[in-house]
Design a protein around this ligand. Structure first.
Ligand code: FAQ
Length: 330
């Protein structure tokens, strides 16, 4: 369901080149060949990728926090082991993505400094609280479901290191989505109280997840240029629609109700119609005024500071190994 046709119909074309390097770059994009770190690229292309990849990496590492809170409270050993593995995967995704961004000439320290100073963005979705165990199900089912929908097309992004990182990430996200659905299935087939807990989680997560795909196309400042560069293959609104169309039957299978009285199949369009999205809320959360923005950033900064000794020890170990290797080679 997440591997649908991946190209954006009628993607905008690039402006004519003014130098031979730019002409070679444009030809590479037109031929759908990957751009690699040592290839010439326009400065704006590099900046756009640094912005998007670093925001994506920050989303993964901040995204570890709402679930990390539940590792000690998972209802069984099996669920605890699965949740720990999932949160570790997210840390790994952050690492692949920071490494991909570093190939564009920005250091991980610079990216983290921007995050910790509140200058860099991360996904709006991680500024909502996780109140019950059912939220672990809703995050896996819906947040990872939305993440895969958005990320499958990025496996074909024009920048090689980002595209390759996304292939592995999508495989892992697919496991994350299934484990979330499995939690929701167990709860919705459980006691009346468990089913109510699953419904409550769906009620709270649905609209923030729908917003996760970004502003409507008409307000998406970066989409046109990113599509022309082969970074974005499907628009924010089209991905949102694909996610909704795929998720409604899953909610039906769970016996849960999507909290949108205007949700209705439109036979003419071949898609579900939905009620209005609260874009004011989205921009408030993106602007730092969501329910947990301050708490998430403070926890992230604290974790970074508390982990300083690990980074120092790893560097000291690498220096020692390097010295030994040089001595052996001498
Ligand atoms: N939250 O012009 P556009 C995950 C900003 S990973 C915050 O449409 P663009 C895994 C946008 O940055 C989730 N800000 O921008 C996981 C821009 O601001 P800027 C993250 C948002 O880049 C699961 C402005 O609005 N995924 O969940 C958001 O063309 C479970 C205008 O927007 C990615 O990052 C938002 N939701 O399209 C982990 C995927 N949406 O930068 C743990 C890669 C938009 O000018 C647990 N990124 N903005 O200051 C993308 O595909 C794109 O960057 C979009 C936005 C689609 C997010």
């Amino acid at each position: 369901m997440y591997t649908q046709a991946m190209d954006l119909a009628g993607a905008p074309t690039l402006a004519p080149a003014s130098t031979p390097e730019e002409a070679a770059f444009n030809a590479r994009i037109a031929a759908d060949r990957k751009v690699e770190p040592r290839d010439w690229m326009p400065e704006a292309y590099r900046k756009t990728l640094v912005r998007q990849i670093s925001q994506h990496a920050h989303s993964e590492v901040v995204g570890m926090l709402p679930e990390g809170n539940w590792i000690t409270r998972a209802p069984s050993l099996k669920r605890k082991a699965i949740l720990m593995a999932k949160v570790q995967d997210e840390g790994g995704h952050g690492l692949y993505l920071y490494a991909a961004a570093e190939t564009l000439g920005v250091s991980r320290d610079q990216m983290l400094e921007a995050l910790h100073a509140g200058r860099a963005k991360y996904s709006s979705i991680f500024n909502y609280p996780t109140l019950t165990w059912a939220d672990m199900g809703a995050i896996g089912w819906l947040v990872d479901g939305a993440a895969i929908m958005n990320q499958i097309p990025l496996c074909r992004c024009s920048y090689g290191p980002y595209a390759r990182a996304m292939i592995r990430i999508c495989k892992e996200e697919s496991f994350h989505q299934r484990q979330g659905f499995d939690i929701m299935l167990a709860l919705s087939r459980g006691t009346t109280a468990q089913k109510a807990m699953a419904q409550d989680a769906l009620n709270r997560w649905w609209w923030p997840v729908v917003q996760m795909f970004g502003p409507p196309d008409k307000d998406s400042v970066h989409s046109g240029q990113s599509a022309a560069w082969g970074i974005k293959r499907i628009s924010n609104d089209d991905l949102r629609q694909k996610f909704i169309d795929a998720t409604v039957p899953q909610a039906e299978l769970l016996g849960l109700t999507i909290p949108d009285p205007q949700l209705k199949w439109n036979a003419e369009r071949g898609h579900y119609d939905i009620g209005p999205i609260d874009w004011d809320e989205f921009w408030r959360v993106v602007g730092g005024e969501g329910p947990c923005n301050r708490e998430r950033l403070a926890t992230r900064v604290e974790a970074h500071e508390a982990g300083a000794w690990v980074r120092e020890a790893a560097l000291a170990h690498a220096r020692k190994q390097g010295a030994r290797a040089r001595k052996r080679a001498a």
